[in-house]
Design a protein around this ligand. Structure first.
Ligand code: NAD
Length: 241
């Protein structure tokens, strides 16, 4: 049985909840250039546009609900962890709140969160659900220096030290719905594998780093993940086919 499990989730786990993945034709991301809305340079050029982009996204996730894949991970964190005295950590690249809505605890949002705001003056971060703009005062220091609490391209993801420790320590690493092209997350499997972890990828198709994984399970996450988790909770392990 597995005692230390790390799960990495990406946009694919939320796709069936109606949140478009990064590289889709229907998503907000497709209507804007990444350099404009997901880099600091873009924010410095046009802060209003960037605030508006994330305001729209923050609003759009309000009505979205977790799907069976999110709910299965919550069962892994509660039922499996309790039954087998295991440690189950969820690390997500997602900026939505569907793991939290599903009841998962202590989720590490390595790329930040829509429902959080960051003050460039005091560097405080706090829960935030309203629209923001360059005129919004920070409720911690009063300065008008807020930015979306999103890790943009070229910035350092949050909690990397803790994540690396968990990866080196884990005996099972699971990656769900991520294309494997955004680093450092794309390299997590290699780190976990270097100390002997069993690594499983869930996706619709092979990701860019599929060959690093011990095993790949392909299909809709809402179907494949609950089936895998149910077996894990029942037996402490899973069949190899
Ligand atoms: P990505 O969009 O690059 O890739 C999504 C992956 O999910 C693809 O490999 C796709 O094949 C797979 N996928 C799609 N539907 C699936 C399903 N139903 N079941 C299983 N797999 C499915 O996403 P990424 O690798 O997470 O990187 C994108 C970046 O964009 C992340 O850093 C993230 O912060 C951001 N983003 C976040 C959200 C969100 O919060 N929900 C949405 C879009 C983008």
């Amino acid at each position: 049985m597995f005692k230390k499990i790390v799960i990495l989730t990406g946009a694919g786990i939320s796709a069936e909840s109606g949140i478009p993945v990064f590289r889709s034709e229907t998503g907000l991301w497709e209507q804007e250039r990444v350099e404009d809305v997901a880099t600091y340079e873009g924010f410095a050029r046009n802060a209003r546009k960037v605030h508006d982009f994330y305001n729209k996204m923050r609003k759009s996730i309000r009505t979205k609900e977790p799907n069976p894949a999110h709910l299965a991970l919550t069962r892994l964190q509660s039922e499996y962890a309790q039954k087998f005295a295991a440690d189950v950590t969820i690390v997500t690249q997602n900026i939505d709140d569907l793991h939290e809505k599903a009841g998962s605890k202590d989720v590490i949002h390595m790329h930040g969160e829509l429902n959080s705001i960051l003050c460039e003056h005091c560097l405080g971060r706090y829960e935030y659900h309203d629209d923001s703009s360059s005129d919004t005062e920070c409720s911690l220091c009063g300065h008008k220096a807020l930015r979306p609490d999103i890790v943009w391209f070229g910035e350092m993801p949050y909690q990397m030290e803790l994540i690396e420790k968990k990866l080196f320590d884990c005996d099972l690493f699971i990656s769900i719905g991520t294309s494997g092209v955004v680093y450092p997350a794309a390299g997590f499997c290699s780190v976990a594998k270097s100390t002997g972890a069993y690594c499983v990828e869930f996706n619709l198709e092979k990701s860019a780093v599929a060959s690093n994984f011990t095993r790949g399970i392909y299909g809709k996450a809402s179907v494949t993940v609950p089936a895998f988790v149910d077996e894990l909770i029942k037996t402490g392990t899973f069949s190899e086919e």
